[in-house]
Design a protein around this ligand. Structure first.
Ligand code: 6PG
Length: 258
């Protein structure tokens, strides 16, 4: 593992695994461990799930023994890092993906699942989500998630913080509607500031297709407008990158494989 900070990010932990399956297993174990520790410490575990395809296997592992039985689901509160502006039953919905691979298979109370509405007006939905976050973290300046899970797009985006988008310079909001030019679509996303107040942020990145962007984000010049994942630098929380060999192939500061 590399704890050494480097020019474009503060201290982070990089763990390299043989393949996507090992990486997913390590991420699921990390989730379960954090859930147990958080629940013991505060009586609850708040997590923002990531979307896309990489987390599917993580969620499947969490929905089955042994990990399923290691998570205090009754004390777990599920949020989302971002959502596409589609209905919850749409093939592109991050909520639907999480529901099918995890939420429908574990005893998390329905009221503990805090979906971002994808249907309807994105600005209104971002406001509703922010209201729900503020109700869950009353009196806080920022949401204090126990864990935020993130992926990395090949263009350097994370959550729905896309390159050169207005949401990157959002200040003060916990969640926001983001127009994504490349997709010609709105998204709703946690802001970078929200993520950066989490106790733990875990990126999970696999596959050769991510090797160049991972190198740029971790070892390249700091350019968060072009590489929004570089905005993620938790003020006091832990920052972990769980990657497989293929994604790590171009890294110079390569720790020995876990
Ligand atoms: C989304 C995610 C997004 C994702 C990356 C990586 O809504 O798509 O929040 O940030 O994590 O695009 O996606 P893959 O895991 O599919 O490569």
């Amino acid at each position: 593992m590399s704890d050494a900070p480097h020019p474009t990010a503060d201290a982070y932990t990089l763990r390299v695994f043989r393949d996507p399956e090992e990486t997913a297993r390590a991420a699921a174990e990390n989730f379960a461990r954090t859930a147990r520790l958080s629940s013991t410490a505060s009586g609850r575990f708040s997590v923002a799930l990531s979307g896309g395809s990489t987390p599917k296997r993580i969620y499947e592992l969490l929905s089955a023994a042994p990990l399923r039985d290691e998570v205090p689901w009754g004390a777990t509160h599920v949020f989302f890092g971002d959502e596409r502006c589609v209905p919850p039953d749409h093939a592109e919905s991050n909520y639907r993906m999480a529901a099918e691979t995890l939420l429908a298979r574990v005893p998390v109370p329905t009221e503990n699942v805090h979906r971002i509405r994808g249907e309807g007006d994105a600005v209104a939905n971002a406001s509703l989500y922010e209201d729900e976050l503020r109700a869950f973290f009353p009196g806080s300046t920022w949401p204090a998630f126990d864990l935020v899970m993130l992926g990395l797009g090949e263009d350097g985006h994370t959550a729905s913080l896309f390159p050169n988008s207005e949401v990157l310079t959002e200040r003060g909001a916990w969640a926001a509607a983001a127009w994504v030019e490349r997709l010609a679509a709105f998204r709703v996303t946690l802001t970078a500031e929200s993520v950066n107040h989490a106790r733990r942020v875990m990126f999970v990145v696999t596959g050769q297709g991510k090797s160049e962007v991972l190198r740029e984000v971790l070892e390249g010049e700091r350019d968060p407008a072009r590489l929004p994942a570089q905005l993620i630098r938790p003020a006091n929380g832990a920052l972990e990158w769980l990657v497989d060999e293929a994604a790590a192939a171009r890294l110079r500061n390569r720790p020995s494989r876990v």
